[in-house]
Design a protein around this ligand. Sequence first.
Ligand code: FEO
Length: 404
Amino acid sequence: MKAYPISDFIYGIHADIETADLFEGIWPIPQGVSLNSYVVRGGKTALIDLFRDWSDASGQVEKALVSVGLDFGSVDYLILNHLEPDHTGWLREFREKNPRAEILATSKGVNLIKSFYHIDRGLRAVKDGDTLDLGGGKVLTFFETPNIHWPETMVAWEPLSGTVFSCDAFGSFGALGDRLFDDEFTPEELAFFEKETLRYYANIVSSFSVFVERGIQKLAGLPVKVVAPSHGMVWRKNPKTIIDRYLRYAAYAKGPAEKEIAVIWGSMYGNTKQGLDAVIRGIESQGIPYSIHRIPDENVSWVLADAYKSAGLVLAMPTYEYAMFPPMAYVLDIFRRKHIYGKTVLRIGSWGWVGGAKKEYEAAIEGLKWTSRDPLEWAGAPNGEDLAALEEAGGNLAKAVKAG
Ligand code: FEO
């Protein structure tokens, strides 16, 4: 690992995390994730954001520091924009290697340093607009950006290079390999990261979309030339791309989103699947893009990403023990937590003795501000009449999404 110059006094450093562990203990990262830190050198040296010691992150970062003549002991100021342990898990080890560095965070962040890491010396609480003079004309300014992603979050701004160090904001899943900047990736790689940015946003940030909009508004007056998040690539060629992308994603939380449909389905013995095939024929007849996700086979992480960006949803599930198919109940619980709002939704499914999903379903979607189309349910295997109605319902859903 090496340090990547962002300017003649700023370096980006990233540790690539490639692990079977789940991010936040929930979300798969089969293509990894990067944990980025930044060095800003004036007369004094600041390190912005740390890491959790996954995949030998400490070894990766140490090598990068050594490549520019530094080590953990040469850091004068450690700036913690956000205290979630993916950026701070190694803090006690850092403190052992460097007992003298001053650690800066918001006052809420300082409280978390004390409670998570039992460190209570050498801490400085900063607030909106406070500055840190590193000497040699290099000054960092801090702006509080609460709830992107936790309440204590802030960003750091360096005006000479026009760099905003934004931590989780503008981040993405996906390991970076031996590159860091947006202009170093091929169009195919950028498309991969775009998908991983959406999945990261839907999984981690979507519930805080109102704060994303507020935070971006707050920083709107800054002449940003470089967006340097603590996950994913650094945007120096097209910083507006990632800012606009985050604004677009934040707007999805209010609905409607893209004119697409996410089909989420589970089937015990194929009867719900037969009905779903008819719905899909209807959707295809209208030429609208759709994604399809079978549960519980597919992890909810990807289901969330496509559901979040789509204006329309199809939820296909059998009745199970007089109630909802349990994997769908789980998906809807996650949707509620992650603010999957404002969708136009068609629910379908097969039942055995009696229906029963309706009551539980309606309770599960309360508050999601969905427009529910008339649900279609049938006993056992769908007959010809059922299939015709299902195909028509799929076509009508697609028309409604297109018109939305
Ligand atoms: Fe990357 Fe909310 O931590």
